[in-house]
Design a binder for this molecule. Structure first.
Ligand code: ASP
Ligand code: MG
Length: 427
């Protein structure tokens, strides 16, 4: 008997009829002879609506209370799903993240899972019940307060729980048929990727692909847990995220490694430039230490060569727009100490990234990418690379053009439209 962990996203449980359909799918998995644990997200756009509501009563809600509010979204869907399963004549038990043993640190809004002790889930499964767990939440080890794992965090709950329960597979159900070479909402000719490596998927997630939460892929990689991303609206095989996808597929045929697996984009970043930083040892260290202390994750960094005449340089970096205000405030506090001249802020930017393990062994990828952008009239503002990724910062209004141009340049366009977006607002 296999243990299957399934996670259903918000669009899969958007209303009562969706919940009933998902309940049937879960019961079918159970009837096929598997043990089943299920993680659910909040219904449809509930999390966004709760955030809007919070903003109406307070411009800066306390993190503890915001987490308490947001976790209620998942509690609604878990209870309704358990009821729908009971109505089909099967036993289901719903559990909050805290009851399921998801222990986190105390950083509200983006807590990290530090331990999973799923004894109550194991017990429910041992008794033949279907366990339903509220995604995206846990309880802080030291403060005992309820925490959330950050937007899209239910994926991470699913993988963490699957790892702790030693599940055979973690199935992530969403509103598209799998992971596509790029966002089908921008490029309708995007292709479904049959298999992809953890490393490539981590780069995709870090570069704005919202289909899987970055930490969920990190977690899966650490525990070598296969993830199967598929649609809850069809029975098609989705995308497998595994350690070594290019040896052979499920039928045993060898797969050729593509040079580029996908093109990701991210509209959620902003750029800050620290102008006129004295070119002395330790200045960059102080700047980034200040940002680290404010718990800000920096993405790209560019430091220009200092002009000999002034002995000063500019340092630009990108970060989540949501953290920009905190970063600017923290940097202003050290202006006198560092002696930089001013700060510039630009949130009209976006990041476009090309990801593929195959680029390691293929020269000329950068040249092809940049030529495609040039032909499409896209100006590049910043560049960064890893072994399996090339990212550029472009103006916000050039993102779609850049994505489409890169997708075409690497022959990723499918002959026929494969992507179906079954539900969800993509919000
Ligand atoms: N409901 C949360 C969100 O919308 C968590 C999740 O769906 O994974 O971000
Ligand atoms: Mg999600």
């Amino acid at each position: 008997m296999a243990l299957v962990v399934q996670k259903y996203g918000g669009s899969s449980v958007a209303d009562a009829s969706c919940i009933k359909r998902v309940a049937q799918r879960i019961v079918a998995t159970k009837k096929a002879g598997n043990d089943v644990a299920v993680i659910v997200s909040a219904m449809g756009d509930t999390t966004d609506e709760l955030l809007d509501l919070a903003e109406q009563v307070s411009p800066l809600p306390p993190g503890r209370e915001l987490d308490m509010l947001l976790t209620s979204g998942e509690r609604i869907s878990m209870a309704l799903l358990a009821m729908a399963i009971a109505n089909l004549g099967h036993e289901a038990r719903s559990f909050t993240g805290s009851q399921a043993g998801v222990i986190t640190n105390s950083t509200h809004g983006k807590a990290r899972i530090i331990d999973v002790t799923p004894s109550r889930i194991q017990e429910a499964i041992d008794q033949g019940h279907i366990a339903i767990v509220a995604g995206f939440q846990g309880v802080s080890q030291d403060t005992k307060d309820i925490t959330t794992l950050g937007r899209g965090g239910s994926d991470t709950t699913a993988v963490a729980l699957a790892a702790a329960l030693e599940a055979d597979v973690c199935e992530i159900y969403t509103d598209v048929d799998g992971i596509f070479t790029t966002d089908p909402r921008i490029v309708p000719a995007a292709r479904k990727i049959p298999r992809i490596s953890y490393d490539e998927m981590m780069e995709m997630a870090a570069c704005g692909s919202k289909i899987l939460h970055l930490r969920c892929v990190e977690y899966a990689r650490r525990f070598s847990l296969p993830i199967h991303v598929r649609s809850s609206f069809s029975t098609k095989e989705g995308t497998w995220v595994v350690a070594d996808p290019y040896t052979e597929d499920s039928e045993g045929t060898e797969m050729e490694q593509p040079i580029i697996s996908g093109v990701a984009h991210d509209r959620s970043e902003a750029k800050i430039t620290v102008v006129g930083v004295p070119d002395k040892v330790g200045e960059a260290a102080s700047i980034f230490k200040t940002l680290a202390d404010a718990e800000i994750n920096i993405d790209m960094i560019v430091q220009n060569v200092s002009a000999a005449a002034t002995g000063r340089t500019d340092i630009s970096f990108t970060l989540p727009t949501a953290d920009a205000q905190t970063a600017l405030t923290a940097l202003k506090k050290i202006q006198a100490q560092i002696g930089y001249e001013s700060l510039l802020f630009d949130d009209q930017i976006g990041k476009v990234s090309l990801i593929g393990a195959g680029m390691r062994s293929h020269p000329g990828v950068t040249a092809t990418f940049f030529a495609a952008l040039a032909d499409a009239g896209v100006n590049i503002e910043m560049i960064s690379t890893s072994e399996i990724r090339i990212s550029v910062i472009v103006g916000q209004d050039a993102i779609d053009t850049a994505v489409a141009a890169a997708h075409r340049a690497f022959d990723l366009d499918a002959d026929q439209v494969e992507a179906v977006v079954y539900g969800g607002s993509g919000r």
